[in-house]
Ligand binder design. Structure first.
Ligand code: SF4
Length: 355
């Protein structure tokens, strides 16, 4: 493989790279933390989260020992909460099974829970200078354009083609810098919508540019249309307390707190159904304090859209203990509510409406 690609990027990188804190460290823990946070997240959004985590938990032992609610609370607003839970479990695994030290090779890192090929390659190259090429969305795009690869990047079989190519391109003497350079080049020069082809050092070698295919590459099949779910939240209140519950597994937002939920097939919840739902949890509505439900608040996730309405229900008396056991609800004062990890939809509703 001609060395033009590595040469051009290694010259381009020092002049254009952004100064980011995880680029000043070889600590595999800090690198891993940054990679987990930056998956499916822009650098600008992820940076304050990285700083929060590295300051709150300077070592993997600190993160492993933290309560899960606290970890999720720090993660609040970043989405894809399974990443936070996996991150926490991985930290515990590193402490428990590896004495608090990350494995020092790509194959060793792959043994860690939640660490896939991309993250293992990133840590192995950035922390240990192992010659293993990273493949993220940016790298797929750059390679597809420069080398004119028309395989669907969303198809699992394509990964092998891209990985083989990337592995031949990565120089033995500067693997970390090369990986950083390709990712950064995709993030700020060869961007998805308006790549800066005019001032691109790869222009004369770039297949997509030379063939007028920049907007057609990479090829990526469309994801299935997201389904819409209709959530009716019963915001059960009594005096100064608010009833919330921790969400269970096998659905979105595992481990986060929301309100008693009625999910329906449409955006409507008739008054009789609301009354029945409150009675089913052992509550008595205080009709003197009836409130209108909110307009639908829409929240878009990767594979589904949530249309949520909030029905504030003032209760005549606290919920009975059996009802709490049955529903998983618990009573919280407003200061406690603030500390609970919540989906951003719920946090925004509370912040905008209940204060
Ligand atoms: S010429 Fe355009 S499409 Fe090709 S690598 Fe450069 S920025 Fe990307």
């Amino acid at each position: 493989m001609p060395p033009f690609f590595a040469q051009a990027l290694l010259e381009w990188y020092p002049r254009h790279r952004r100064d980011l804190p995880w680029r000043h460290t070889r600590d595999p823990y800090a690198i891993w933390l940054s990679e987990v946070i930056l998956q499916q997240t822009r650098v600008k959004q992820g940076l304050p989260y990285y700083l929060t985590f590295i300051n709150s938990y300077p070592t993997v032992q600190d993160l492993a020992a933290a309560p899960q609610d606290e970890v999720l609370r720090h993660w609040q607003g970043l989405g894809y909460y399974s990443r936070a839970r996996n991150m926490h479990h991985t930290a515990q695994q590193v402490v428990r099974e590896y004495g608090g030290r990350f494995p020092t090779s790509y194959t060793g890192l792959l043994q860690l829970r939640g660490v896939g090929q991309y993250t293992a390659a990133a840590i192995a190259s950035f922390a240990y200078d192992e010659r293993v090429a990273v493949l993220d969305g940016n790298v797929f795009r750059v390679l597809a354009r420069v080398f004119g690869i028309t395989q669907d990047i969303a198809a699992p079989a394509s990964r092998k083609i891209f990985q083989q190519l990337a592995d031949t391109l990565i120089p033995a003497d500067r693997p970390a810098e090369f990986n950083q350079a390709v990712m950064e080049f995709g993030a700020i020069q060869c961007t998805p919508l308006k790549p800066d082809c005019l001032f691109c050092p790869l222009q004369s070698h770039c297949y997509a540019f030379q063939h007028g295919m920049v907007s057609e590459l990479p090829v990526k099949s469309k994801a299935k249309a997201a389904r819409t779910r209709f959530f009716h939240y019963l915001v059960l209140r009594h005096a100064d307390t608010l009833y919330m519950r921790k969400r269970g597994p096998k659905d979105i937002w595992e481990g986060l707190y929301d309100f008693h939920l009625q999910e329906t097939d449409s955006g409507e919840l008739p008054a009789a159904a609301l009354l029945a739902a409150v009675e089913a949890v052992g509550g008595q509505i205080d009709v003197r304090r009836a409130e209108e439900p909110t307009q639908a608040l829409r929240h878009v996730l990767s594979h589904q859209k949530v249309e949520a309405r909030f029905h504030v229900v003032w209760l005549q008396a606290p919920l009975p203990v059996q009802a709490l056991q049955l529903t998983g609800l618990a009573a919280f004062g407003s200061a406690e509510v603030e500390e609970l990890p919540k989906p951003i939809l719920i946090a925004n509703y509370i912040g905008n409406t209940l204060k």
